[in-house]
Design a protein around this ligand. Sequence first.
Ligand SMILES: [Zn+2]
Length: 178
Amino acid sequence: MEQPIYTDHKVTITPTLAVIDGTTYAIQTINSISVQKLPGGFGLMHFIMIALGVAAVLLSFGGFQSRDTGPAFVVLFIGIALIVPGARAAGRESGYSLTLATSSGDRQALISKDSAYLGTLRRYLEAAIASAREVKPAAALAADTKDCPRCAETIKAAAKACRFCGYEYDKEPATIDG
Ligand SMILES: [Zn+2]
């Protein structure tokens, strides 16, 4: 593996690869990186769910005292179905996601409570992407050009005439003697 530009216990970033939480991403396939706040934590919605759930459970207790306990079971079930996800959300802390926009869609590469840490990773990844992109246009440019046989200026490969000296590729032979 190449010399890493960043490494910690979960993440290794090299100029061409990023290994994040056990998954390897090619730097070239990453279009952009963002740190996103994940929906989660305890909100008003969860409070309402738990309150309605408790109300449903209490209501069902009244129902069990009647002869027909069928509806009471339904109401009890609804109550539990409201309380359980609400309580689970309450116990879950909100966090942040390091999201990579790749050619095959968005990936939540790493989830952490520490947004500053994810921000640091984002900066290293963006630096790797930027340097990977810098190399690419130069190589592409070299392939698309040729040197004029008369004046030696670099011109576009598809050019039929040199824009510096007027040398015409169609008219004159490729080699010039004198
Ligand atoms: Zn020329």
